[in-house]
Design a protein around this ligand. Structure first.
Ligand SMILES: C[S@@+](CC[C@H](N)C(=O)[O-])C[C@H]1O[C@@H](n2cnc3c(N)ncnc32)[C@H](O)[C@@H]1O
Length: 261
């Protein structure tokens, strides 16, 4: 079978694809993607905000899907671990790593962001895009991401319309709760059923909430290279934010659960 026909057949067998990957022979994994050339068109805006030389860096790509970002970061010299809960995406990413000749710099495993609760490994760069709003416990996940981030973290979330931002006042009196209704107040809309026919879309924060949550988890925003996209560096975790995670970890420790990595 000619090479291109073999590749097309394997793409069809491994599908459906969410990432449109460009393979060396010119074939694409999702050329008719409803968003366009996704996520390549996003990366074009984000690329300059990420260090060009990642030699010696370790990267954790959480919710890696078919590995688009893992591959771009590996091309910059990083050693990348991509994890995803969905076995189909892990199969796609492993196959694409071989086709792209990047299999010595990228590893893909089935895994869940919540398993970071017991992780001991840290990473120079944690890529956490397109996952936050799919989680029922998103703030737990963000606190866990902070625990394993040494140098940079890339964050993206679906958000509500509106760009109003404000830093919340240090206190709100009970009889001033109308302040919480201001457009700029950090808010997340809870989705009991579906957004875009997807029942895994649980929460939709506004931009103000994303930034407040990042600060509160111990991240400082370094740049916003693209709509809904944040490059952050880890800073001290505010004391009052760290308590709950410490309590969750104490429960895990007392149950004798230990992670392998
Ligand atoms: C919208 S896609 C985003 C893919 C990619 N990160 C990006 O930015 O293009 C969400 C991905 O997160 C994965 N995912 C959802 N919940 C997860 C979890 N708890 N742990 C790890 N991955 C998860 C999904 O399987 C899916 O591949």
């Amino acid at each position: 079978m000619p090479v291109q026909a073999r590749i097309r057949q394997q793409i069809a067998e491994l599908g459906p694809w969410f990432h449109n990957l460009h393979l060396p022979d010119g074939t694409e994994t999702s050329p008719d993607h409803p968003f366009g050339d996704f996520p390549s068109f996003k990366w074009q805006h984000v690329a300059a905000a990420v260090p060009e030389d990642l030699s010696g860096w370790t990267v954790l790509d959480i919710g890696c899907n078919a590995g688009f970002y893992s591959f771009e970061l590996a091309r910059r010299g990083a050693q990348v671990l991509g994890v995803d809960v969905e076995p189909m995406y892990v199969r796609q990413a492993r196959w694409a790593a071989r086709e792209l000749g990047l299999h010595d710099r990228v590893d893909f495993v089935e895994g869940d962001v919540y398993s970071l609760l017991t992780a001991r490994q840290h990473y120079d760069l944690v890529w956490f895009t397109g996952v936050f709003y799919h989680l029922r416990y998103p703030t737990l996940a963000l606190d866990l991401v902070r625990r394993v981030t040494d140098r940079l973290m890339a964050f993206q979330s679906m958000t509500m319309p509106g760009e109003a931002r404000d830093i919340a006042p240090p206190d709100v009196q009970l009889n001033r709760r109308e302040l919480l209704l201001q457009e700029a107040w950090p808010k997340m809309a809870f989705v009991e059923h579906r957004v875009a026919d997807d029942q895994s879309n649980w929460w939709v924060p506004n931009a103000s909430c994303v930034e407040a949550l990042l600060r509160s988890a111990g991240f400082e925003v370094v740049s916003r290279p693209e709509h809904e996209f944040y490059i952050c560096k880890p800073v001290a975790v505010p004391k009052e934010s760290g308590h709950d995670l410490m309590r969750v970890r104490a429960v895990i420790d007392s149950a004798g659960v230990h992670g392998a990595s």
